[in-house]
Design a protein. Structure first.
Length: 207
């Protein structure tokens, strides 16, 4: 298994290939265009997209269909959407979406049906909903939805039936209810729903 690190825009521009049999890291303060990666179809290992200060979208990854390991999208302050990931149907490892200040939606994840590992959606202050997870039915480990200040609903989780670990929904200041959990039937660990000042009921957990 090999690792490819793209630290600069010049390295992104020089990329050639359709698959990476290993890990891919995209991390660089001058990277502003992922279009040269449009030939990429699969990453067999982990994909890290992190600490990029300039690009607003992931459209250059639009032909990527599979990630064999972890998918981490974190600390990208100008990233507004994940539409470039719209052809990915599953993530075998962890899926982390953290600390993306300008991220307003995750519609680009709308084909994902399962996450094999842990799903974290944390500290994305502009994210208003989870509608991009509408096809998600299961999470193999923990599910954490934490400190997303603008989040007003989680109805995108309406097809989620099982979490094979802990479920934590905490400190989402604008979240008035948890209606998106109406089809959840099992949590194989701890269940925390706390620090939401506007919550009035947990009727959605009736199943």
């Amino acid at each position: 298994m090999k690792t490819i690190n793209l630290w600069t825009q010049a390295e992104v521009d020089a990329f050639v290939g359709t698959e990476i049999k290993g890990n891919l890291t995209i991390e660089g303060p001058d990277i502003d265009n992922l279009e040269p990666l449009s030939t990429l179809i699969s990453v067999s290992g982990d994909l890290f997209i992190q600490y990029n200060d300039l690009f607003t979208n992931l459209d250059g990854l639009r032909n990527l269909t599979s990630v064999g390991g972890y998918l981490w999208i974190e600390n990208n302050p100008t990233l507004t959407n994940l539409d470039g990931l719209s052809n990915i149907t599953s993530v075998n490892g962890n899926l982390w979406i953290e600390n993306n200040d300008s991220l307003t939606n995750i519609e680009g994840l709308s084909k994902i049906t399962s996450v094999g590992g842990e799903l974290r959606i944390e500290n994305n202050p502009s994210l208003t909903n989870l509608n991009g997870l509408r096809k998600l039915t299961s999470v193999g480990e923990n599910l954490s939805i934490y400190r997303n200040a603008a989040l007003t609903n989680i109805e995108g989780l309406s097809n989620l039936t099982s979490v094979n670990g802990n479920l934590w929904i905490e400190n989402n200041d604008s979240l008035p209810n948890i209606n998106g959990l109406s089809n959840l039937t099992s949590v194989n660990g701890e269940l925390f729903i706390q620090y939401h000042v506007t919550h009035t009921s947990i009727d959605s957990l009736s199943n």
